[in-house]
Design a protein around this ligand. Structure first.
Ligand code: ATP
Length: 464
């Protein structure tokens, strides 16, 4: 075994020199063109299929692919799983990333692609392709920032692996029975705190781990957030053989890029340009509210539109989410609220209920800003704009562009149309929104708050 040195960032690195760098392929520039043939969302399954096929045939779309899933060299059992899920062609990120992810010897990957463009399938198929099904030991570990996202990723592992013998287990809070001593499952999906705990207690033996995936990698590596815990997990991985490290996200802000490259050395990189970060299917609006209280009134007046499909309302504080939801409920509206102060069972029940469409409006915090994939969500409201100080950068009132992108990305999934509405209520919030607009190079259009008919018409048009 190579001798190890711990460097200033806390990484253990082999003292010997590493392999030659791989030339990083770049995603071609995409233009801003309207996807061809885009139409309304879920009016019928048939219509959606036609729309998707059109978009997947448009070389400017992030959903475009020249290849078929067969051409990506996947095992027959996985192809069956993919088709069983209703996928017919890979998306651009799948087409680009899969050959690099599956090539031998395994090479690390830092992959970036817009929200809702199919990153999950790319890393799930890699995990399922790399494990040895005859060995009952953990071989692929995937970390995500929330239990909701970990559960969703697991549902993709199970669906894609339906025709394989894969065994899976969660590393999320309050999931394993108290006395559990050893996990034999091959794929483990979880959150960093619980994963660290289970590895420390030797419930997870990482000695056979070959693939380590970070979904929402920029968030998982952020030094102000989950970075330490993620690094702890990495430092417990075996050093007797190479472990393929796979980082995926829709965003990789400058302050984590260098750390990401160190975390996944010599990685193949697929990167987006700043002007490609948001998908065109999401139409962005804002509403001028008079003050904090007026934001609530406007939200209530939007209820009819919020429930045309499903909506997610993002607030800065848990208390705001609870307060709004209690008030709206008391006024006879059906809404749910979800945040990190609720216990595990309650969180699972709330997100499952929302997924099933039992509630059409979910009021929440940044806890589910990332990754959550619910196709019926056609509206996102930023009741409070996301700010950098929510990431523990005390006093920093700049808008948090990455969180904004992830929040609005809960709609407009895989070529669907969606709407985002920002509430601004004073000069400060207006300037913050202007900064977001500038950073993304996309116009955020004003909607009148006092003309309900115009509002409704504009929004319905945006969803067409
Ligand atoms: N090739 C495909 N054909 C059809 N649908 C697909 C394909 N790949 C993925 N999807 C669907 O697209 C949706 C979005 O995929 P996914 O959740 O992986 O997006 P993502 O890129 O991880 O987004 P985010 O950055 O928000 O996490 C999912 O509902 C998924 O089932």
């Amino acid at each position: 075994m190579a001798s190890l040195e711990k460097d200033a960032d806390g990484f253990y690195t082999p003292a010997e020199s590493s392999t030659a760098p791989v030339v990083a392929p770049k995603v071609e520039e995409e233009n801003d063109a309207e996807p061809a043939g885009a139409s309304d969302l879920v009016s019928s399954t048939f219509e959606v299929a036609v729309t998707l096929a059109d978009q997947q045939a448009d070389p400017n779309s992030p959903l475009y692919s020249a290849k078929s899933f067969e051409a990506l060299g996947l095992h027959q059992d996985l192809l069956k799983g993919i088709y069983d899920m209703g996928f017919s062609k890979p998306s651009k990120i799948q087409e680009r990333a899969m050959p690099l992810l599956l090539s031998n010897p395994p090479t690390n990957m830092i992959g970036q692609s817009q929200s809702g463009t199919g990153k999950t399938a790319a890393f799930v198929l890699t995990m399922l392709s790399r494990i040895d099904y005859s060995i009952n030991k953990p071989q692929a570990i995937c970390l995500a920032p929330s239990r909701e996202l970990a559960r969703q990723i697991m549902s993709v592992v199970v669906a894609m692996g339906k025709f394989t013998q894969v065994q899976t287990e969660y590393a999320i809070k309050d999931h394993l029975p108290k006395g559990a001593t050893r996990i034999t499952a091959q794929v483990i999906v979880g959150t960093p705190g619980t994963m660290t705990d289970l590895m420390r207690r030797k419930v997870i033996d990482p000695s056979e781990v070959k693939v380590f995936v970070l979904d929402e990698a920029d968030n998982m590596l952020d030094q102000d957030g989950l970075g330490d815990q993620t690094l702890r997990v990495k430092n417990m991985l075996p050093r007797t053989h190479p472990v393929q490290i796979i980082l995926f996200s829709a965003t990789f802000p400058d302050h984590v890029r260098a750390f990401a490259s160190k975390f996944a050395p010599n990685a193949n990189k697929i990167e987006l340009q700043q002007n490609e970060l948001s998908v065109d299917g999401i139409r962005q609006f804002y509403m001028d509210c008079k003050n904090e209280e007026h934001k609530y009134d406007i939200l209530v007046s939007l209820y009819g539109l919020l429930t045309v499909g499903q909506s997610i309302i993002f607030c800065k504080h848990r208390q705001t989410a609870d307060r709004i939801s209690q008030r709206m409920t008391a006024e006879g509206h059906k809404v749910a609220s979800l945040h990190g102060a609720k216990d595990a069972a309650e969180r699972d029940a709330i997100i499952d209920g929302f997924r099933e469409g039992k509630e059409k409006v979910l009021i929440t915090t940044n806890v589910i800003a990332r990754g959550i994939d619910i196709l019926q969500v056609n509206m996102v409201v930023n009741y409070d704009l996301p700010l950098m100080n929510e990431r523990d950068r005390g006093g920093d009132e700049r808008p948090d562009i990455e969180t904004y992108l992830h929040r609005i990305g809960r709609t407009g999934r895989f070529g669907r149309k969606g709407i985002s509405i920002n509430f601004v209520h004073d000069r400060k919030t207006w300037l913050q929104m202007e900064q977001i607009e500038k950073a993304l190079g996309k116009k955020i259009i004003r909607i009148e708050t006092n003309d309900f008919d115009e509002m409704e018409e504009k929004m319905k048009k945006a969803l067409k």
